[in-house]
Design a protein around this ligand. Structure first.
Ligand SMILES: NC(=O)c1ccc[n+]([C@@H]2O[C@H](COP(=O)([O-])OP(=O)(O)OC[C@H]3O[C@@H](n4cnc5c(N)ncnc54)[C@H](OP(=O)(O)O)[C@@H]3O)[C@@H](O)[C@H]2O)c1
Length: 262
């Protein structure tokens, strides 16, 4: 895939993994980006950090359906086209289900899943007109293996995985490559309040993910062979995986007790 003349939208491209993907794509020659996030200052700062890039900066909340529609409309009005959609914006809130606020339950589903699906729907007419298009959806290792405290987050990320699969099959007659990435713990602002050692570098996550897009991979799973083995075990022997995760329960409770980035 040649990025030089591609028109690319990255949701949540103002920080973390999304910003690392932006930087990686710029290094590969891309120069037209629509970036969506809620806060205006980090969006504006991108223009200073990447002065040679043509930005369409859109302040919108992916959890608000009206703002999602407006963002897609802004891309259509400004560019009239879109080649690559990177659905990356996401939030997390960890807690036992009975201790999680209704707002965080509704918010995680609204931003991570409903917003992503609605935005994809609104962008599809443009993507379908491209000669070489791609949709990259950002899931999580938790999209394959649910863990305690990440009950709702895991649901949203499993939903993203299934949505990608359905879209890939639905879009069979269009030159739109649909792929999903499954990062493990990555050192971004989202992880500021999670106590995790040995996190991945967002630049590495971005590089491997975009390499995956270039080589037409469907799923880019981080975490090495151990993660793939665990995914297989979780599918084939869920009871055995329950036992493994049970031994991690107290440590997980401690690590996740302040983990909220909404
Ligand atoms: N970091 C990890 O360990 C990890 C692991 C697996 C998967 N992931 C997934 O990777 C993606 C990126 O995560 P990250 O760690 O890079 O997160 P991050 O550092 O918190 O950055 C999130 C980005 O999304 C934007 N965003 C958040 N909520 C939004 C909303 N409602 N509407 C529009 N934009 C919104 C943020 O900007 P504003 O706050 O200004 O809106 C920011 O640009 C997420 O989908 C996350 O679930 C992360």
């Amino acid at each position: 895939m040649e990025f030089r003349n591609k028109y690319i939208c990255i949701t949540g491209g103002s920080a973390g993994i999304g910003k690392a993907i932006l930087s990686d794509l710029i290094n590969r020659g891309a120069s037209h980006f629509a970036i969506i996030a809620r806060r205006k200052e980090p969006l504006k700062a991108l223009e200073d950090e990447f002065p040679d890039v043509s930005f369409l900066l859109i302040s919108a909340d992916m959890g608000n359906p009206a703002e999602v529609s407006k963002a897609a409309e802004e891309i259509r009005e400004s560019w009239g086209r879109l080649d690559i959609l990177i659905n990356n914006a996401g939030v997390v809130s960890a807690a036992l289900l009975d201790e999680m606020s209704d707002e965080d339950i509704i918010g995680q589903i609204g931003i991570n899943l409903t917003g992503l699906i609605l935005f994809t729907k609104k962008c599809l007419p443009m993507l379908k007109e491209s000669n070489e298009a791609a949709i990259m959806n950002v899931s999580s290792g938790l999209g394959f293996i649910a863990r305690p405290f990440y009950n709702v987050y895991a649901v949203t990320k499993a939903g993203v995985r299934h949505f990608s699969e359905a879209m890939r099959r639905e879009l069979k007659d269009f030159p739109i490559h649909v792929m999903t990435i499954y990062p493990t713990a990555t050192d971004t602002p989202m992880m500021k309040n999670a106590t995790v050692g040995n996190m991945d570098d967002p630049a590495d996550v971005a590089r491997v993910s975009i390499d995956g897009m270039v080589s037409g991979e469907i799923d880019v799973v981080f975490g090495g062979d151990k993660r793939l083995e665990d995914i297989r075990k979780n599918f084939l022997e869920p009871g055995e995986m329950d036992k493994v995760i049970e031994t991690q329960f107290d440590a997980l409770r401690e690590r996740t007790k302040d983990h909220r980035a909404m």
